[in-house]
Design a protein around this ligand. Structure first.
Ligand SMILES: [Zn+2]
Length: 273
C-alpha cells in the first residue's frame, strides 16, 4: 500500500466513523470494528473494496430508517432506532474481511477471492435490503419452507417486495463497482453475475437458516415471540431453534454462502472468459 493511499484511507475512515456516530448508524464499538474491517479492505483490495462496503452501509442504513415508525408499530423494526452495534458489524463484515485478507495472501487465487469478497458483501446487502424493503409491503410474508403466513419480521419470512429489494441491492453494488473495477482482476460481466446470484442465494440461505435454526424466545411478560433473549426488561424463554444461532450468526452464515457462491462463479466463468 503506497503512502498516498494510506493517507487517503485515514482521512476517509475518519470522516466515515464520525458520520456514522453522528447519524447514529453504528454505536462506538460498532464504529471501531468497522474501522478495523475498513482498514483491512482498504489495504488489501483497495478503493473498489471500500466503496462496495460504504455503499452497503449507507444504502442499508437509509432503508433501515425508512418507514421506521411503521416497522416499529408492527414490532419488526431494528431495535435502538436502527443503531447497530459490533455484533451487527461482525455478522455482516467478518467473512468479507477474511476474503480480503486471503486475497492479499494468495495472489494466485486473486480472482476467486475477489469474487468471494464481492459475493459476501452482496449476500449481506441483499439480505438487509430484502428485510427492510420487504417490511414496507403491507400484508403478511410467508415462510420460505411451507409458505405459512407469518408476522412481518419473523425469521424465514419472505415476500416478493423483499426479493425485489435484494435484486435492487445487487444492481446498486454493480453500479458502485463499475467506475473503480477496472483496476481489479474481475470484469464487469463476472461481477454482475456474482452480485446478483450471491445476493439471491445469500438472502435465501438466510431465510432457510433463520426459519430452521435461529433461536426464538417467548416473552413471559407480554407473550410475544421475539428474536432476543430479553424482552420487557426480563429474560425470555427459548421457544424454538438454538440459543447460539442468533440473528448475527445467521448473517454470518448468509455472508459465508455468498462468499462461496461468489468464488465458485468466478472459478467457473472467469477462467474460461
Ligand atoms: Zn415482552
Amino acid at each position: 500500500m503506497n503512502s498516498i493511499l494510506a493517507i487517503e484511507m485515514v482521512i476517509v475512515l475518519t470522516i466515515l466513523s464520525l458520520l456514522s456516530l453522528k447519524l447514529r448508524i453504528l454505536d462506538m464499538n460498532g464504529t471501531i470494528l468497522s474501522v478495523v474491517i475498513g482498514a483491512i479492505v482498504y489495504a488489501t483490495i483497495g478503493r473498489v473494496g471500500i466503496s462496495l462496503l460504504i455503499v452497503f452501509v449507507v444504502v442499508a442504513g437509509l432503508f433501515t430508517k425508512m418507514g421506521y415508525d411503521r416497522k416499529s408499530l408492527i414490532g419488526a423494526a431494528e431495535p435502538r432506532k436502527g443503531l447497530r452495534g459490533w455484533k451487527n458489524v461482525a455478522g455482516n463484515g467478518l467473512v468479507a474481511a477474511t476474503a480480503a485478507i486471503a486475497y492479499a495472501l494468495f495472489p494466485q487465487y486473486s480472482e476467486a477471492l475477489l469474487g468471494g469478497f464481492i459475493g459476501a458483501v452482496a449476500a449481506v446487502f441483499a439480505d438487509t435490503m430484502s428485510t427492510e424493503v420487504g417490511l414496507l409491503q403491507k400484508g403478511e410474508p410467508r415462510l420460505i419452507i411451507g409458505f405459512k403466513k407469518v408476522n412481518p419480521g419473523t425469521p424465514g419470512g419472505i415476500s416478493l417486495l423483499g426479493y425485489l429489494g435484494a435484486l435492487l441491492s445487487s444492481l446498486i453494488l454493480i453500479l458502485a463497482y463499475l467506475p473503480l473495477g477496472s483496476t481489479n482482476p474481475l470484469n464487469p460481466a463476472t461481477t454482475t453475475l456474482v452480485a446478483v446470484i450471491a445476493g439471491l442465494i445469500g438472502t435465501t440461505v438466510d431465510s432457510i437458516v433463520g426459519q430452521l435454526l435461529q433461536g426464538l424466545y417467548r416473552c413471559e411478560e407480554c407473550g410475544k415471540i421475539v428474536e432476543h433473549s430479553r424482552h420487557c426488561g426480563r429474560g425470555a424463554k427459548l421457544f424454538k431453534g438454538y440459543r447460539v444461532i442468533d440473528n448475527h450468526v445467521v448473517n454470518l452464515i448468509c455472508s459465508l454462502s455468498g462468499a462461496i457462491v461468489g468464488a465458485a462463479i468466478t472459478l467457473l466463468f472467469y477462467s474460461t472468459a
